[in-house]
Design a protein around this ligand. Sequence first.
Ligand code: ADP
Ligand code: MG
Length: 249
Amino acid sequence: MGILEVKGVNKRFGGLQALGDVNLSVKENSVHAIIGPNGAGKSTLLNCLVGKLIPDTGSVMFDGQSVLGRKPHEINQMGISRVFQTPEIFGDLTVMENMMIPCFASRDGAFRMHAVENMMAEKDIVERAEKMLEDMNMADKRHMHSASMSRGDKRRLEIGMCLAQEPKLLLLDEPTAGMARADTNNTIDLLKQISDERDITIAIIEHDMHVVFSLANRITVLAQGTPLVEDDPENIKGNPKVREAYLGE
Ligand code: ADP
Ligand code: MG
Protein backbone atom coordinates (compact mmCIF):
# COMPACT_ATOMS: atom_id res chain seq x y z
CA MET A 1 0.00 0.00 0.00
CA GLY A 2 1.34 3.40 -0.97
CA ILE A 3 0.83 6.56 1.05
CA LEU A 4 -1.28 7.73 -1.91
CA GLU A 5 -3.53 5.26 -3.72
CA VAL A 6 -5.58 6.40 -6.72
CA LYS A 7 -7.95 3.80 -8.16
CA GLY A 8 -10.16 3.94 -11.24
CA VAL A 9 -10.37 7.72 -11.36
CA ASN A 10 -12.39 9.21 -14.21
CA LYS A 11 -12.97 12.89 -14.90
CA ARG A 12 -14.89 14.39 -17.81
CA PHE A 13 -15.16 18.02 -18.85
CA GLY A 14 -18.30 17.95 -20.99
CA GLY A 15 -17.49 15.69 -23.92
CA LEU A 16 -13.81 15.47 -23.08
CA GLN A 17 -12.52 12.58 -21.01
CA ALA A 18 -9.60 14.23 -19.23
CA LEU A 19 -8.91 11.21 -17.00
CA GLY A 20 -9.87 7.64 -17.88
CA ASP A 21 -9.44 4.92 -15.31
CA VAL A 22 -6.36 6.32 -13.65
CA ASN A 23 -4.55 4.14 -11.13
CA LEU A 24 -1.56 5.47 -9.26
CA SER A 25 0.30 4.18 -6.25
CA VAL A 26 2.85 6.46 -4.61
CA LYS A 27 5.17 4.80 -2.09
CA GLU A 28 5.96 6.52 1.17
CA ASN A 29 9.24 8.49 1.06
CA SER A 30 9.62 8.09 -2.70
CA VAL A 31 10.00 10.76 -5.36
CA HIS A 32 7.32 9.86 -7.89
CA ALA A 33 7.20 11.72 -11.20
CA ILE A 34 4.10 11.97 -13.36
CA ILE A 35 5.02 12.75 -16.94
CA GLY A 36 3.17 12.95 -20.24
CA PRO A 37 2.49 15.24 -23.17
CA ASN A 38 0.59 18.51 -22.86
CA GLY A 39 -3.09 17.85 -22.26
CA ALA A 40 -2.43 14.33 -20.91
CA GLY A 41 -4.40 15.12 -17.75
CA LYS A 42 -1.52 15.63 -15.29
CA SER A 43 -2.82 18.85 -13.72
CA THR A 44 -6.36 17.49 -13.68
CA LEU A 45 -5.13 14.47 -11.75
CA LEU A 46 -3.29 16.68 -9.29
CA ASN A 47 -6.39 18.83 -8.82
CA CYS A 48 -8.36 15.67 -7.98
CA LEU A 49 -5.82 14.87 -5.24
CA VAL A 50 -6.10 18.23 -3.49
CA GLY A 51 -9.87 18.67 -3.65
CA LYS A 52 -9.91 21.34 -6.35
CA LEU A 53 -11.73 18.92 -8.63
CA ILE A 54 -13.94 15.99 -7.74
CA PRO A 55 -13.50 12.84 -9.84
CA ASP A 56 -16.66 11.48 -11.50
CA THR A 57 -15.79 7.97 -10.31
CA GLY A 58 -12.95 6.24 -8.51
CA SER A 59 -11.18 6.57 -5.19
CA VAL A 60 -8.30 8.62 -3.80
CA MET A 61 -6.85 7.37 -0.53
CA PHE A 62 -4.16 9.24 1.36
CA ASP A 63 -2.53 7.74 4.42
CA GLY A 64 -5.42 5.30 4.76
CA GLN A 65 -8.19 7.89 4.48
CA SER A 66 -10.34 8.98 1.55
CA VAL A 67 -9.77 12.54 0.38
CA LEU A 68 -12.94 12.58 -1.73
CA GLY A 69 -15.62 14.93 -0.49
CA ARG A 70 -13.13 16.93 1.59
CA LYS A 71 -12.37 20.59 1.02
CA PRO A 72 -8.87 21.66 -0.12
CA HIS A 73 -7.97 23.05 3.33
CA GLU A 74 -9.09 19.81 5.00
CA ILE A 75 -6.91 17.79 2.62
CA ASN A 76 -4.06 20.18 3.39
CA GLN A 77 -4.52 19.43 7.08
CA MET A 78 -4.37 15.69 6.32
CA GLY A 79 -0.79 16.33 5.21
CA ILE A 80 -0.84 17.16 1.49
CA SER A 81 0.81 20.41 0.48
CA ARG A 82 0.93 21.68 -3.07
CA VAL A 83 3.30 23.91 -5.01
CA PHE A 84 1.54 25.71 -7.86
CA GLN A 85 2.73 26.12 -11.46
CA THR A 86 3.32 29.85 -10.89
CA PRO A 87 4.74 30.79 -7.48
CA GLU A 88 2.04 31.78 -4.99
CA ILE A 89 3.79 34.15 -2.66
CA PHE A 90 2.88 37.62 -1.43
CA GLY A 91 5.07 39.92 -3.51
CA ASP A 92 4.47 42.93 -1.25
CA LEU A 93 5.80 41.13 1.81
CA THR A 94 9.40 40.35 2.65
CA VAL A 95 10.78 36.82 2.48
CA MET A 96 10.54 36.49 6.27
CA GLU A 97 6.97 37.77 6.39
CA ASN A 98 5.95 35.28 3.72
CA MET A 99 7.57 32.43 5.62
CA MET A 100 5.78 33.38 8.83
CA ILE A 101 2.35 32.88 7.28
CA PRO A 102 2.40 29.05 7.05
CA CYS A 103 4.25 28.86 10.39
CA PHE A 104 1.44 30.84 11.96
CA ALA A 105 -1.30 28.93 10.13
CA SER A 106 -0.05 25.44 10.88
CA ARG A 107 -0.02 25.96 14.63
CA ASP A 108 -3.77 25.71 15.06
CA GLY A 109 -4.69 24.56 11.57
CA ALA A 110 -6.42 27.76 10.50
CA PHE A 111 -4.95 30.95 9.17
CA ARG A 112 -6.62 34.10 10.35
CA MET A 113 -5.66 37.35 8.72
CA HIS A 114 -3.74 38.86 11.63
CA ALA A 115 -1.49 41.78 10.86
CA VAL A 116 2.09 40.80 10.18
CA GLU A 117 3.21 42.91 13.21
CA ASN A 118 1.13 40.65 15.45
CA MET A 119 2.84 37.61 14.01
CA MET A 120 6.22 39.22 14.64
CA ALA A 121 5.38 39.40 18.34
CA GLU A 122 5.01 35.64 18.53
CA LYS A 123 8.43 34.32 19.36
CA ASP A 124 7.90 30.69 18.41
CA ILE A 125 6.51 31.68 15.01
CA VAL A 126 9.54 33.88 14.34
CA GLU A 127 11.88 31.08 15.38
CA ARG A 128 10.19 28.52 13.16
CA ALA A 129 10.19 30.86 10.18
CA GLU A 130 13.88 31.66 10.72
CA LYS A 131 14.77 27.98 10.96
CA MET A 132 12.89 27.23 7.75
CA LEU A 133 14.64 30.09 5.92
CA GLU A 134 17.96 28.66 7.11
CA ASP A 135 16.96 25.20 5.87
CA MET A 136 16.09 26.76 2.51
CA ASN A 137 19.41 28.64 2.41
CA MET A 138 17.52 31.93 2.33
CA ALA A 139 18.39 33.44 5.70
CA ASP A 140 20.45 36.19 4.04
CA LYS A 141 17.42 37.20 1.94
CA ARG A 142 14.98 37.49 4.84
CA HIS A 143 14.46 41.27 4.50
CA MET A 144 14.20 41.22 0.74
CA HIS A 145 11.01 42.32 -0.97
CA SER A 146 9.69 39.00 -2.33
CA ALA A 147 8.55 40.39 -5.68
CA SER A 148 12.10 41.43 -6.54
CA MET A 149 13.58 37.92 -6.25
CA SER A 150 14.52 35.66 -9.17
CA ARG A 151 12.04 33.04 -10.30
CA GLY A 152 14.21 30.33 -8.76
CA ASP A 153 14.26 32.07 -5.37
CA LYS A 154 10.49 32.67 -5.46
CA ARG A 155 10.07 28.96 -6.09
CA ARG A 156 12.51 28.15 -3.27
CA LEU A 157 10.52 30.35 -0.89
CA GLU A 158 7.25 28.79 -1.96
CA ILE A 159 8.59 25.26 -1.44
CA GLY A 160 9.78 26.32 2.01
CA MET A 161 6.34 27.75 2.79
CA CYS A 162 4.82 24.38 1.88
CA LEU A 163 7.34 22.51 4.05
CA ALA A 164 6.57 24.80 6.99
CA GLN A 165 3.14 23.13 7.04
CA GLU A 166 5.01 19.87 7.76
CA PRO A 167 3.27 17.88 5.04
CA LYS A 168 3.67 14.13 4.54
CA LEU A 169 3.18 14.53 0.79
CA LEU A 170 4.51 17.43 -1.25
CA LEU A 171 2.91 17.85 -4.70
CA LEU A 172 4.60 19.95 -7.36
CA ASP A 173 3.14 20.89 -10.75
CA GLU A 174 5.98 21.67 -13.17
CA PRO A 175 8.10 23.49 -10.58
CA THR A 176 10.83 24.39 -13.06
CA ALA A 177 8.58 25.67 -15.87
CA GLY A 178 9.94 28.89 -17.33
CA MET A 179 13.15 28.74 -15.31
CA ALA A 180 16.67 29.35 -16.56
CA ARG A 181 18.97 26.30 -16.44
CA ALA A 182 20.85 27.50 -13.35
CA ASP A 183 17.60 27.99 -11.39
CA THR A 184 16.37 24.59 -12.61
CA ASN A 185 19.53 22.92 -11.31
CA ASN A 186 19.20 24.73 -7.98
CA THR A 187 15.62 23.51 -7.70
CA ILE A 188 16.72 19.93 -8.44
CA ASP A 189 19.37 20.16 -5.69
CA LEU A 190 16.85 21.62 -3.24
CA LEU A 191 14.29 18.86 -3.89
CA LYS A 192 17.01 16.20 -3.57
CA GLN A 193 18.05 17.67 -0.24
CA ILE A 194 14.44 17.77 0.97
CA SER A 195 13.87 14.16 -0.05
CA ASP A 196 17.10 12.99 1.63
CA GLU A 197 16.75 14.93 4.86
CA ARG A 198 13.04 14.85 5.57
CA ASP A 199 10.46 12.22 6.23
CA ILE A 200 8.44 13.21 3.17
CA THR A 201 6.98 11.83 -0.05
CA ILE A 202 7.25 13.91 -3.21
CA ALA A 203 4.99 13.64 -6.26
CA ILE A 204 6.13 15.84 -9.10
CA ILE A 205 4.55 16.65 -12.44
CA GLU A 206 7.36 17.60 -14.74
CA HIS A 207 7.98 18.21 -18.40
CA ASP A 208 11.75 18.55 -18.26
CA MET A 209 13.28 15.08 -18.60
CA HIS A 210 16.54 16.27 -17.03
CA VAL A 211 14.59 17.11 -13.86
CA VAL A 212 12.60 13.86 -13.98
CA PHE A 213 15.61 11.60 -14.35
CA SER A 214 17.63 13.57 -11.78
CA LEU A 215 15.00 13.15 -9.08
CA ALA A 216 12.47 10.41 -9.58
CA ASN A 217 12.78 6.87 -8.30
CA ARG A 218 9.40 5.96 -9.79
CA ILE A 219 7.65 7.31 -12.89
CA THR A 220 4.07 7.17 -14.17
CA VAL A 221 3.51 8.09 -17.80
CA LEU A 222 0.10 9.54 -18.61
CA ALA A 223 -1.12 9.72 -22.20
CA GLN A 224 -4.58 10.98 -23.14
CA GLY A 225 -5.77 10.73 -19.56
CA THR A 226 -4.72 7.12 -19.03
CA PRO A 227 -1.59 5.70 -17.40
CA LEU A 228 0.53 4.14 -20.10
CA VAL A 229 3.08 2.64 -17.74
CA GLU A 230 4.39 2.95 -14.18
CA ASP A 231 7.97 1.81 -13.65
CA ASP A 232 11.49 2.63 -12.46
CA PRO A 233 13.37 5.35 -14.38
CA GLU A 234 15.77 2.93 -16.12
CA ASN A 235 12.85 0.96 -17.54
CA ILE A 236 10.96 4.09 -18.57
CA LYS A 237 13.96 5.35 -20.56
CA GLY A 238 14.12 2.17 -22.60
CA ASN A 239 10.38 1.55 -22.96
CA PRO A 240 9.42 1.74 -26.67
CA LYS A 241 5.79 2.69 -25.90
CA VAL A 242 6.99 5.64 -23.84
CA ARG A 243 9.49 6.74 -26.46
CA GLU A 244 6.72 6.70 -29.05
CA ALA A 245 4.01 8.40 -26.99
CA TYR A 246 6.08 10.89 -25.13
CA LEU A 247 9.57 11.32 -26.37
CA GLY A 248 8.18 11.40 -29.93
CA GLU A 249 10.47 8.74 -31.37
P1 ADP B 1 -1.74 18.53 -18.56
O1 ADP B 1 -1.57 19.11 -17.20
O2 ADP B 1 -1.25 17.11 -18.66
O3 ADP B 1 -1.15 19.38 -19.63
P2 ADP B 1 -4.57 19.04 -18.10
O4 ADP B 1 -4.92 18.17 -16.96
O5 ADP B 1 -4.35 20.47 -17.82
O6 ADP B 1 -3.31 18.42 -18.88
O7 ADP B 1 -5.70 18.92 -19.20
C1 ADP B 1 -6.20 17.67 -19.66
C2 ADP B 1 -7.30 17.95 -20.68
O8 ADP B 1 -8.44 18.46 -20.01
C3 ADP B 1 -6.92 18.98 -21.73
O9 ADP B 1 -7.51 18.59 -22.96
C4 ADP B 1 -7.53 20.25 -21.19
O10 ADP B 1 -7.84 21.15 -22.24
C5 ADP B 1 -8.78 19.75 -20.50
N1 ADP B 1 -9.18 20.56 -19.34
C6 ADP B 1 -8.44 20.79 -18.23
N2 ADP B 1 -9.12 21.52 -17.34
C7 ADP B 1 -10.33 21.77 -17.91
C8 ADP B 1 -11.49 22.50 -17.48
N3 ADP B 1 -11.55 23.08 -16.29
N4 ADP B 1 -12.55 22.54 -18.33
C9 ADP B 1 -12.51 21.93 -19.53
N5 ADP B 1 -11.45 21.24 -19.99
C10 ADP B 1 -10.37 21.16 -19.20
MG1 MG C 1 -0.55 20.88 -16.51
